[in-house]
Structure formats: structure tokens, C-alpha cells
Design a protein around this ligand. Sequence first.
Ligand code: PAF
Length: 287
Amino acid sequence: MEVITTRNELITHLDRNNRNGRSIGFVPTMGFLHEGHLSLVSKAKEDNDIVVMSIFVNPAQFGPGEDYEAYPRDLERDMALAKEAGVDFLFTPSAMEMYPTDGGIRILPGRQAEVLCGASRPGHFDGVLKVLLKLFNMVDPDRSYFGMKDAQQLAIIETFVRDFNLRTEIVRVPTVRESDGLAKSSRNVNLSAIERSEAPGIYKALQHGQRMVGIAAPHEIEKAMVEFITQETSGKVDYANVLSYPNLSEAIDEDSEIILACAVKFSKTRLIDNIIMSTKDDTSCSE
Ligand code: PAF
């Protein structure tokens, strides 16, 4: 595995003339790798000749008072895990390397970013799209891999890639969970022992909501999920919503998939999770 820290080096290594027709699978991350990230790498390896991973805690997607400083980091450990997983090129730029200049240009996602995390974290998805456009331009990947735990992010990225004719194909990869159901997340390490024991309650609340689909109205399901999380955990519910997916609108028709999505704030961290399912059956299909 080659570790690359500068934009010029990366572009030179991955230049189309050096690729000899080999395909590139790209796994963008913010590091502190876990099995969820490794499942993205394994899918990227299945589909492509070369796998590129980036590790960059992107300041542009954190708002004031959010956990940019507290976001867990361990580059040595990440490098060992990435190498073992079979990453060919690991890009670990500094903030200066990624943002040497700032002309103030913003990328503004539309309606899909006005709900869920976009409503509680204004500007978050602007920062995600900004860093991804830069990374996509440097890596020029054939396929890019994203986890379904960040389902809203994924839906916005799919729209971005489609509407702006970006060359990469976006591949959805299912959420990886702990044995007690908690979705794997780099942020889980910032839970206290008690919070960690309560946190699987988020997924249980989503499953509780899932069982009500087709029987109860979306607002009743939302209320039931809030009650469940409030009873089972000491966390504060940021949102618990039922929307169409991937449009993320309140209008749900019979043929659309739906997302049940929650965000819960614990003392030092905020966790998100979701279930995506068809309205026609009661099994989750792509979370
Ligand atoms: O999902 C993440 O880890 C980040 O939002 C991403 C896509 C790497 C952009 O910084």
C-alpha cells in the first residue's frame, strides 16, 4: 500500500495514462476505521482493479460547536487496517493540502438537505459535497463506495453525481452492525459505558417503527420511535422521521421506498441510524 499526502502525487499516480485501463474504486472516509469502512473496501476490491481510500476529517462539514476536535483519530492504526484490507493507495492529506485557498465558492444541495441531519446541521452537506468534488477530481474513480448508515448523505451524493454529470458511479453498501444491533460508527468510541449499553435502543426503536408501517400514519410512527428512544436511553432525540427515499419528502406513495431515520444526542456524541424499506412489505431492504 502506498501512502500519499499531496494532491500532485495522487494525481500523478492515478493519472489515466498510468492506469492502463485499470478501474479505480474509491472509498472516502474520515478515518478511525471500523468494519463498516472495511466492508466498503471489500466491495471496492470485488468490483475494481485498484482501490483508493482517503482519510480526511473534513473541517468544512462540521459546524461551530460540533465535534470536529473530538472526532476520533488514529492514523497509525488506520494505516495498518487499510493495508490489511488490501487498499492500494491511501490518501491522507492535511487541511492545508485540501483547502490551500478558499475563494468562498459553495455547493448548495437542494431540498434533500433541508430535512433530517441537514435541518440540525446547517451547511453540513455543503461541506460534504465540497470535499467530495475535490476528491473525485483528484482520484477520478470509476466507482465510489458509501455506507447506507449515512443514507441522507448517500441520497444527496447520488443526486449531485447525476445532476452534475460526474463520472463516478455511486455504490451503496449496507450498514454493518455490532452483535447487539448498534450501527458501527467511528463516533461510538465517544459513548460512556452506560450510553454504549443503551445505544442499541436506537436500532430497536427503528425496528419498532418498521413494524408499524402500513398500520399507523407516519406521524404516529415518529411519535412511537421518540417514545421508545426516550424510554430506552438517556440520549436526547434530535429527530425521528419517516420520509420517502431517496427523495426525502413527506409525500409517500405506494411504490416508493421509505426511510425511518433517527438521530440521538448523547453526552459527547450524536449517533444516526436508519432503516430503508418498501411500503409493500415489512422487511428492510437496503439499510
Ligand atoms: O461519510 C463520511 O465519512 C464523510 O462525510 C465523507 C463522505 C468521507 C466526506 O468527508
